[in-house]
Design a protein around this ligand. Structure first.
Ligand code: ZN
Length: 503
């Protein structure tokens, strides 16, 4: 490379430093979600705001702008595929970040941290009016954020926010994907409700000591190839994965008495995210775009693959049952567990929804948050509109706000434009699964033998190692040979669920 190798390396070092500072914030956030005593919340909000401001300062340092300009003018960098992709994405980040004033960034972090605490309490007490003023503040901050970022021509404020999570996606595009998918899912679920027989879920109702569930969770993580020497599994209210630093990917789950599979699939889900984080080339590129996940939709595809395509298969239960009969006290057969974990039955809670109804939960959130940001929905109307949407989409009457609009943490700290990535993830997952199993038709029996690493390694090679080198849509096409489509997901659901439901 030419004389500007110096500029590129300096730029990389600055990003790595900002990434290191950011990872301190991630650690604080992990702590807040797991072990922090409630009385520490006030000071934690100050710590989070300070760090967010410092990271922002680093990322918007005018020196970064100078170095970027020098790299962009350099023919040698342009000719180097990896370096030019890295610079292209750093430019994107710099432009986004410099449009946001520091006081706004700090304010979002501070209010978000307080609002999250308010949400926890409001949810526990089923008290929407307690949360409403915080939600109002976050919506206001997010609209200001969108204004600063700039609304794309012909687009809407929502697009500017969603672009952070799914670069390039717009509300119109999402609507275009969701509308036909909603029709196909509704038809299918209607058919299931009309003449289908829902499987017996009684086998899931065994009470299992959380310590034993945890032990089994760790065994599943090991089989997935998650490196526990470079990660952890802890307990929280709202499971998540934080790939905070090289060698440090933390997963959380929650154990419930009523249904042990919630924790099991929660763990597999977060571990799917965790494998992506562990598969990113962070040793070489920590803090740089080439060491970061391409989009949240692609991230979610990794979790859904393990949770639904591996975890809810007959072969998974053929592997799991003989290993856990003694420790978990499970009584049913492989067929019983396979059927019990594959219902198509509307329920209230998104994170516990089955594969068939899950995306309807996402679609209603997308519509409501688009309305909140666009100004067509007032905060105080959220519970009513939520309940109306649940009735239309899922045919259910919401009994309380805990099982309604207070169930998700996202809006409390300003994650607007985030929900659609869950459904994009399901679509990417189905398409990746179809591509992998076409190439490796023997993988189903490999699942039964506990030989799951083939999938992890394929995902690593086709998705993880690239970081943000290719946009998500292109990465999908390179990995699967096709543009993203809803067909693989519908094929998967129909093929698996029709025989179970008898339709
Ligand atoms: Zn996820």
């Amino acid at each position: 490379m030419s004389h500007n190798k110096g500029a590129y390396e300096e730029l990389r070092a600055l990003r790595r430093r900002a990434g290191t500072l950011g990872s301190v914030g991630s650690l604080l956030n992990w702590d807040q979600e797991t072990y922090m005593p409630p009385a520490a919340a006030g000071h934690r909000a100050e710590q989070s705001a300070l760090l967010a401001g410092l990271v922002h300062e680093r990322l918007t340092d005018p020196r970064v702008g100078e170095l970027l300009a020098a790299c962009e003018a350099d023919a040698a960098i342009r000719a180097d595929a990896a370096a030019s992709a890295n610079v292209r994405e750093m430019r994107r980040d710099y432009d986004r970040e410099t449009r946001l004033p520091k006081d706004l960034v700090e304010e979002i972090a501070r209010v978000g941290s307080q609002s999250q605490e308010a949400w926890k309490e409001a949810r526990a007490k089923d008290d929407f009016p307690m949360f409403a003023p915080w939600l109002g503040k976050m919506v206001g901050l997010m609209r200001r954020k969108a204004e600063c970022l700039g609304v794309p021509r012909g687009g809407e404020s929502y697009d500017a926010l969603m672009d952070e999570y799914e670069p390039g996606a717009t509300a119109k595009m999402i609507e275009g994907v969701f509308t036909p998918l909603r029709a196909r899912l509704s038809t299918f679920i209607g058919e299931a409700a009309g003449k289908g027989r829902q499987p017996d879920v009684a086998p899931l109702g065994v009470k299992i000591d959380p310590a034993r569930q945890h032990e089994f969770g760790l065994q599943v993580l090991g089989t997935m190839g998650f490196d526990l020497g470079a990660g952890r599994l802890d307990v929280t209210t709202h499971p998540f994965c934080s790939g905070m630093a090289p060698g440090d990917t933390r997963l959380t789950t929650r154990y419930r008495d009523e249904k042990f599979t919630d924790a099991l699939y929660g763990t597999m889900h977060e571990a799917g995210h965790g494998l992506y984080e562990q598969g990113l080339p962070k040793g070489e590129y920590f803090g740089e775009p080439l060491g970061e996940a391409v989009s949240l939709g692609m991230h979610e595809s990794q979790s859904r693959l393990w949770e639904n395509f591996v975890g809810r298969s007959r072969e998974f239960w053929a592997w799991a049952l003989p290993r856990t009969r003694g420790t978990l006290g499970l009584k049913g057969s492989v067929e019983d567990y396979f059927r019990a974990t594959n219902t198509a039955m509307p329920t209230f809670i998104r994170v516990e929804a089955d594969e068939a109804t899950y995306n309807l939960h996402v679609m209603l959130r997308f519509e409501l948050e688009r309305g909140l940001i666009g100004g067509t929905l007032a905060v105080n109307d959220v519970p009513g509109e939520w309940n109306k949407a649940v009735e239309t989409y899922l045919g259910l009457r919401v009994p309380d706000n805990r099982r309604g609009c207070l169930q998700d943490v996202h809006w409390s700290f300003g994650l607007f434009g985030y929900f659609p990535t869950y459904t994009l993830g399901n679509l990417y997952a189905a398409q990746l699964w179809e591509a992998y199993t076409a190439k490796e038709p023997g993988f189903a029996s490999a699942i039964e033998r506990g030989e799951w690493l083939g999938l992890r390694d394929w995902l690593r090679a086709t998705v993880h190692v690239h970081g943000r080198r290719f946009p998500a849509a292109e990465l999908c096409k390179r990995a699967t040979g096709k543009e993203l489509s809803a067909d693989p997901l519908m094929r998967h659901l129909e093929r698996k669920l029709r025989p179970i439901l008898g339709i």
